[in-house]
Design a binder for this molecule. Sequence first.
Ligand code: NAP
Length: 251
Amino acid sequence: MDLPRTPSFRLEGRRAFVPGGSRGLGLGCAVALAEAGAEVVIAARSADAVEAAAAAMREAGHAATGVALDVTDLAAVDAFLDGEAPFDILCNAAGVARHGPALETEPDDFDAVAALNLRAAYFLAQRVARGMDRGGSIIQISSQMGHVGGVDRAVYCATKHGVEGMTKAMAIEWGPRDIRVNTICPTFIRTPLTAATFADPERRAWIDEKIKLPRVGEVEDIMGAVVFLASEASAMVTGTSLLVDGGWTAG
Ligand SMILES: NC(=O)c1ccc[n+]([C@@H]2O[C@H](COP(=O)([O-])OP(=O)(O)OC[C@H]3O[C@@H](n4cnc5c(N)ncnc54)[C@H](OP(=O)(O)O)[C@@H]3O)[C@@H](O)[C@H]2O)c1
């Protein structure tokens, strides 16, 4: 009797591009992909930070390089991609938040958050997908705030709900080319992005009440999800989101 075999979670022979990979969730994604065998290129604006992260990964035995790149600059993204072999995996973790009451949102804040979280995410996916002639996996680090609302988070929620929508539409268009498009939707995870929120006692109480598990998220909590979505283990998964939210959106 032939038993079914678990598809591989390994990523040897794959090239992964991880914008936002110099710290926080993006660095977790980059390390997870490299530990699974992928060759990883991380990108961020700070040349020092991106090189330090890539060097630490190489010291740990991973195949990693870093590039200083502002992903909101489409011409710079194109110039970078033109000089690279095609990527099999895009894991986009470059993101920003400017939280505040919706009645007080300034257009500049809206534009800055949308430029990175939505516009850059859209065109990164488009540009990397154009080169994916042997299929591939596109993973956007979205948020639980792509599925629910949150106080002081109207702009952030708008961009993350937008990421969820474009992910579904891209999955429909690119499925025939065997390009899968998905999001990972984390809850609050300790990173530089969330330090101010965690430091606010009122917000901290809100977080503790909404997460059903008895702790907040850590970077390691999304690392398995990234490997799953990047690998053959998720070969039939596209146009959806993997909520790593500790039960936040369950109710
Ligand atoms: N932390 C959480 O609790 C949480 C929860 C849900 C979703 N998320 C999402 O996860 C993603 C990563 O969040 P994080 O907490 O890891 O944030 P983070 O610690 O602030 O890291 C953000 C990363 O993006 C890079 N970046 C920012 N602007 C960029 C640009 N214009 N071009 C290229 N790279 C840029 C940063 O490097 P430079 O500043 O040097 O460019 C850094 O590497 C975001 O999309 C965020 O919305 C986070």
